[in-house]
Design a protein around this ligand. Structure first.
Ligand code: FE2
Length: 241
């Protein structure tokens, strides 16, 4: 089976500057992108999973979907602020690629803005028609992300590895985290671990600060499992750490 993160015919990577690799941007980005690919593959089914009028279900699922949307936006915002300006400044030959990725982020944001009011109304009413509309929007967004999240890794991060330091790349991960409740961050960490293959899972976890690893072991893993069971009743919970 070929790796999802593979360039397609007609696509070209940004020119990679000379010099040593300074950070592990490609591996790091693949690990984060896997959780979004998974989440938006599941989002349409989740939006259709509440029976008509089941407000308890639509409110719960709507909140989880809202957190995915917020996390996705925070991820793109961190790149727009902390990665693309540095790439353009330090590797001007990558400007076209950087512009393309920023435009794709804008496109994603447009969809997230359209999704929000529908998601909120569905969460409050459990109206199945709204759930269907929401699912259709998530299907479109998921298709867009399958292109963007792949191309950012195949075309851009090899150049980012030459111009961002380890500390600068690590700063992307913490951007916006403070605006989330701890339990959201810990359950999200469980999802990242579960959607990555063994090896990547351990590597990601090792890069987490010690207090977060402790909190994950104490409560995060349980939060992740409970959330998964509530979202997908009857499915076995995927392995995590
Ligand atoms: Fe990204």
């Amino acid at each position: 089976m070929s790796d999802f993160f593979t360039m397609e015919p007609g696509e070209t990577a940004a020119p990679v500057p000379d010099g040593p690799v300074l950070c592990d941007a490609s591996a790091g980005m693949r690990r984060i992108h896997r959780v979004f690919l998974w989440a938006y593959d599941e989002a349409p089914g989740l939006a259709r999973s509440a029976p008509q009028g089941d407000v308890a279900r639509s409110a719960y699922v709507g909140e989880v979907l809202g957190n995915f949307d917020k996390l996705l936006h925070a991820h793109h915002e961190s790149e727009d602020l902390l990665m693309y300006p540095k790439l353009q400044e330090r590797a001007p030959a990558c400007a076209l690629h950087a512009e393309l990725m920023v435009r794709q982020h804008e496109e994603v944001k447009k969809h997230l803005d359209e999704i929000e009011p529908i998601r909120l109304r569905w969460a409050q009413t459990g109206d199945a028609g709204l759930g269907d509309q929401l699912a259709d929007h998530y299907e479109t967004l998921s298709a867009l992300l399958k292109v963007h999240l792949r191309r950012e890794v195949t075309e851009v991060t090899p150049a980012v590895e030459k111009v961002l330091t380890e500390a600068e790349f690590a700063a992307l991960a913490s951007h916006g985290v403070d605006s989330f409740e701890k339990k959201v961050v810990l359950a999200y960490l469980g999802m990242i671990l579960a959607t990555n293959p063994p090896g990547d899972r351990e590597a990601f976890f090792q890069e987490m600060p010690f207090p977060i690893r402790m909190a994950y072991r104490l409560i995060g893993r349980r939060l992740y499992r409970a959330q998964y069971q509530q979202l997908f009743p009857g499915r076995p919970v995927p392995a995590t750490l």
